[in-house]
Design a protein around this ligand. Structure first.
Ligand code: FAD
Length: 299
């Protein structure tokens, strides 16, 4: 890591909000749902699907959870009314998971029920290790009640993930597979990037072998290569998988994948709580700041 990147990563929590906003603006649609709709429509125009996410996590009271639930219902209605090729992503802690587990499940159930009514789909994001068991339990419960309308995220940095796939393979599975973004203890998570990638491919093989659907969520060219290799080897039809990327990240790779005839979905976050999201993105990848700075200075 360069000295600049190390500095950004270590000081990110103290960098003023407006400055973070400057660096992060390409990664967020805007503050309002209308902004996300506009971006999703642009993506649809390029043959790319979207998943819309209202920013907010680790809330501190259940009124906030109610507010986020209402907003998620509004997103689903809007996707339907606007005829967008998009679905919804939500976070369990945004629905109150760490405050009242039953209430969080009830909130997510109401949202997935609405998605089922509208023939839409809800992806339950995966947060840190304190949420993993409950999130997978919620998925298990809801996929039974609303088959085909809910999916969950798995993280290849977790040692447990290959076993989780096997445990969940007793019914149709719909996963987004990513590396994982939180800072987990070594007892729970692989730390070596090479091993995390090996585990990613291993998980992908396992999901494909079990007949599951998978959103291949990565910008890592090595993993894209491995995924394409597997897809070709297994002769998979495009309805068995999609690629997924974050808004504003490596649009060139995104275009290469789309032009090769694979389905692509872009994660479109919006909302007023853009600051914690942006800080996390910058901490994870300080080179965003370097790119933005270079652009500003014309370097
Ligand atoms: P990396 O090796 O980290 O990155 C590969 C390349 O992409 C590098 O060159 C890097 O510079 C570039 N890059 C990667 N991320 C960024 C970025 N943010 N900005 C600019 N450049 C970048 N994690 C979770 O823990 N839970 C989730 O629910 C979750 N959902 C996700 C949904 C989607 C659609 C995607 C794409 C990712 C999601 N993630 C989630 C994040 C994921 O776990 C990784 O932290 C992130 O995608 C970076 O890993 P990578 O596979 O892209 O590989």
């Amino acid at each position: 890591m360069s000295l600049f990147n190390l500095l950004v990563s270590k000081t990110i929590m103290h960098i003023p909000g407006p400055l973070v906003g400057f660096f992060a603006r390409g990664y967020i649609a805007g503050e309002q749902l209308d902004d996300a709709v506009r971006v999703a429509r642009e993506l649809n125009g390029q043959g790319i699907m979207a998943t819309i996410d209202v920013l907010g996590e680790f809330i501190t009271n259940l009124d906030q959870a109610r507010g986020f639930k209402e907003e998620c219902l509004r997103i689903l209605q809007t996707i339907d009314a606007e005829g967008l090729d998009a679905n919804l992503s939500l976070k369990p802690t945004q629905m109150g998971l760490l405050l009242d587990r039953d209430q969080a499940l009830a909130n997510i159930r109401e949202i997935v029920a609405r998605a089922a009514d509208l023939n839409s789909f809800v992806r339950i994001d995966m947060e840190d290790i304190s949420c993993t068991d409950a999130t997978l339990d919620f998925y298990r419960t809801l996929r039974e009640e609303f088959p085909g309308h809910v999916g969950v995220v798995l993280q290849s940095y977790l040692r447990r993930t290959p076993a989780d796939i096997i445990a969940l393979s007793d019914a149709p599975m719909n996963f987004r597979l990513c590396k994982g973004i939180y800072n987990e203890p070594r007892t729970a998570a692989w730390k070596d990037p090479y091993v995390i990638n090996r585990n990613y491919t291993r998980c992908l093989e396992r999901i494909f072998a079990a007949g599951g659907y998978v959103g291949i969520a990565t910008h890592d060219e090595k993993l894209v290569f491995e995924a394409l290799r597997l897809i070709e080897k297994l002769g998979l039809e495009p309805d068995r998988y999609e690629f997924q990327m974050l808004l504003g990240v490596d649009e060139e790779l995104r275009r290469i994948i789309v032009d090769a005839g694979h389905r692509m979905r872009v994660y479109v976050p919006y909302g007023e709580s853009w600051l914690p999201y942006s800080r996390r993105r910058l901490k994870e990848n300080p080179s965003i700041a370097e790119h933005a700075l270079r652009q500003m200075l014309g370097m």
